[in-house]
Design a protein around this ligand. Sequence first.
Ligand code: FAD
Length: 376
Amino acid sequence: MKSLRPTVLTADERALQRTVRNYLQERLPEGGYPIGLGISAAVDRDFTRDLAARGWIGMALPRQYGGGGRTAVERQIVVEELLTRGAPVGFHWVADRQTGPSILANGTEAQRSHYLPGIASGQFSFAIGMSEPDSGSDLASVRARAVPADDGWRLNGTKVWTSGADTATHILGLFRTSDERHGGLTQFIIERDTPGMIVSPIAFIDGTQHFCEVVFDDVLLPDSARLGDVGAGWGQNVGELALERGGVDRWISLMPVLERWVATIAPDDTLALTDLGRITARLRVFRGMSLSIARLVDEGESPVTEAALVKEMGTRFEQECIEIVRHHFGRSPRPDSSDTFESLLAQAILAGPSWTIRGGTTEILRSVIMKGLTAR
Ligand SMILES: Cc1cc2nc3c(=O)[nH]c(=O)nc-3n(C[C@H](O)[C@H](O)[C@H](O)COP(=O)(O)OP(=O)(O)OC[C@H]3O[C@@H](n4cnc5c(N)ncnc54)[C@H](O)[C@@H]3O)c2cc1C
């Protein structure tokens, strides 16, 4: 693809990588933490606070708002190390990846000064309130409404599949403020315990409960809760998707399983070694793509099409890897096994099908890619 350019890490970036790797080896010893698969990670507020103290949350936010003033590439180096270990990043993940940058780009000065230091210090976390019972892929059809009331807004409607809404301190929600399909959508920042908001966890197939339904029943918000102009929600949302889809999280979820599988491969198992070689080669390509996207973000671009490509290819790759490892494992893995590799593999088999759905389905991403490529 024309805008994706081969890129390598600089000496300083490699040094950062080593620093993070060494820290995590000490901070997260084997058996000492719940290993997550990619962004389906455990919530551990102490761990989040520790990362924040090292400047590894909100890294690419400006220093004046409590951020690290570092680059998107440096942030990606840190998150690659975190997700490789299956670190418990669940509390701050969404805020760090996309809500912080969105508030920086679209917020008022008062919003930036309030929310960004809260995100960078690990105090504030965000859930994404986009999908509704009848609006998933066709997001422009959202029906939850915000109507003007008492110098502010009154919110009614239901959001669903809102990951982490039960642990997040805030939700960034997309609401209809007029009947215009795309131009009638506006984003609001909502504190989780606002009266009228009912958050109910939905059990996920692997037994976890990070999914939620969020009902808004006459929720009153001041106008200062509005993010961006009235009617600007659709465009802001699209900008967030470039951050949501192009990162390492779209191809790295299985790393804790792959690393443990590699340790079981016999030196003369040529079939397994051949599969491992193929997987390793493809991982390097995905890594190069995500790195290149991060460099584009650092240059001020919003690589929406490129990010869709990473997600479309990366999540299908992750699912293929599950099948390859499952084949070599040779029997049905048990989720309750005391062997970490076996239980993580079982967890991946259950969760894997959702990876090509969350953040936009494969079919929708293909449509985004096709439109992006033909528009050039
Ligand atoms: C693990 C997980 C976490 C999630 N977290 C969040 C979250 O935090 N916040 C949030 O807002 N949402 C979240 N979602 C919801 C997710 O964004 C939606 O599930 C997704 O956008 C698909 O919407 P849907 O489920 O309504 O399916 P539908 O839109 O009903 O689609 C059903 C099927 O039809 C296909 N389809 C639909 N339209 C077209 C089309 N035009 N052309 C071709 N095929 C089409 C789809 O590809 C899919 O296969 C999460 C989902 C999962 C699985």
